[in-house]
Design a protein around this ligand. Sequence first.
Ligand code: FMN
Length: 332
Amino acid sequence: MPFNTALTRKLGIRVPVVQGGMQWVGYAELASAVSNAGGLGLLTALTQPTPEDLRKEIRRCRTMTKYPFGVNLTLLPAIVPPDYAAYAQVIIDEGVKIVETAGNNPGPVITQLKKAGTIILHKCTTIRHAKSAVKLGVDFLSIDGFECAGHVGEHDITNFILLSRARQELGIPFIASGGFADGQGLAAALALGAEGINMGTRFMSTVEAPIHQKVKEAIVAAQETDTALVLRRWKNTSRLFANKVAKDALKVEQETKTGEFSEVQPYVSGQRGRQVFINGDVDFGVWTAGQVIGLIHDIPTCEVLLTRIEKEALEAMTRTSSLFTDAPSSKL
Ligand SMILES: Cc1cc2nc3c(=O)[nH]c(=O)nc-3n(C[C@H](O)[C@H](O)[C@H](O)COP(=O)(O)O)c2cc1C
């Protein structure tokens, strides 16, 4: 039985599952596989060194799927920021109709994309930021709980609270992000008022994720306790896979006398993290993973994963509705 939620209707997808933007993972191989499996795959814009490279990647993805896919555009603080407007223009020119935005000061980019009629899913970790995004006219919020991989924000509110706050406060449709890996999770998110879910870490451990097999195996072997929160001291808290480098970074962060970011910087180098996905040495640099690693026990294709999630969600919803009956209990 197909799902019928605000997300599936608006995006034209079968399963209400989005593959969140992932730096150095969100290439055409993964995005097209997720879209072919009935979800929404996303290319990650900044994984491409220039807007023109993004154009090529969008065209490549289009040869790999006939279904809708989108692009994630993440706005991070940088001394020399990327030309976000140029990335957004390529997305518009190439006819991509769905964009996941995330990060700081998304206003100008959202305005640019909305003028072109793009559907925007804006990802954020607080209700305050979500409300600002509503004012900017986004179509969906993607509410990223404290469980999530990557930038968790500074308030540490898990999805049990955050999703219900979203339902109470936002007035526009939202999806649940952070901590999802299975159909029971999807059913729970729908029950809390979401129109679907967004998953990152779960999609890293799929056949089509273009990262080294050893990283996928490390995710399968890990438990929910195997993540670390680093960079809190500088109000840029990130949830990372708790490998040796992440633990060393945390130690420096806690023990530094100067409090200078430059002391920890070599440990959290993005370029070394990128190498992990290529060389499969999971201790080579830091890389992002969510607490959901504790729920990931295999490396399926995206098709197998999404079919399973659909089936599990239906079973979970059937089970919960069977727990309620009008008939008086004979034991009472
Ligand atoms: C390896 C990796 C890289 C990520 N890079 C980005 C990114 O560049 N931009 C972004 O908005 N989110 C990024 N995320 C976050 C995901 O899009 C998603 O919000 C998050 O993974 C949800 O939590 P989950 O891992 O528990 O599913 C990344 C996540 C992972 C695992």
